[in-house]
Write a protein of this length. Sequence first.
Length: 235
Amino acid sequence: MTTMPTMFACCGNDATPETTEVVSQKTDYQEETLEETAVPVEEPKTEEPKEETKTEAPAETNAGFAQYTATLAKESGKLGLKIDKSSPSVCVVSGIEEYGSAATWNNSNPSKTVQAYDRIVKVDGKTGTSEELLKSLTADKDTFEVTFERPQTKELAIKKGDKMVGLKLLVEKDAVGLLVKEGLQDGVCSELLPAGSVLPQDRIVEVNGKAMKPAELLKAVDAEEFSMKLLRYSK
């Protein structure tokens, strides 16, 4: 594992009525005698009940993070998901195999496709650590109800010159991007970026528009000027 202080600078990429005075006027009225006339009374009309319009339930949300549930049935004993468990609390899909249950689900459900970078938050309705979720997916059964979360993304432009980025980063060979462990007081992130621009558990997945392996990303963020794409998951 390699840790490197890094820092980011963000320069672009992560809803009266009038009052009208009413003046009353006095009017003289002449007294008139009105003849009584019978006024027919209409029976009240009863409205037929309107048929309710059914709408599809929106995706679940967790503080702004969209969630969806996919039914995955093992094909040849596999679900067809590549998983990154480098973070104990965030189990991330690192890729979709060409053949497998996930690919079959995506072909049949274009509005709720499982994508790389999505996070697994529940298996058969139960939450857990990354290890616990993976263990649930290897249970001796054929079909699983898996709830995924789509991360929020943001783009940050960094001009750090000869300064440090100001981040401690976790580098693991097969991980999804660089995992932010913590921010440092000295560096571009703390000095130039608005508070909250980069938080622990964020992931740097692209630099200058390119997805790279963690070791290559680490080299790329050492440049004097670059842009990077961050992913953020719910707590």
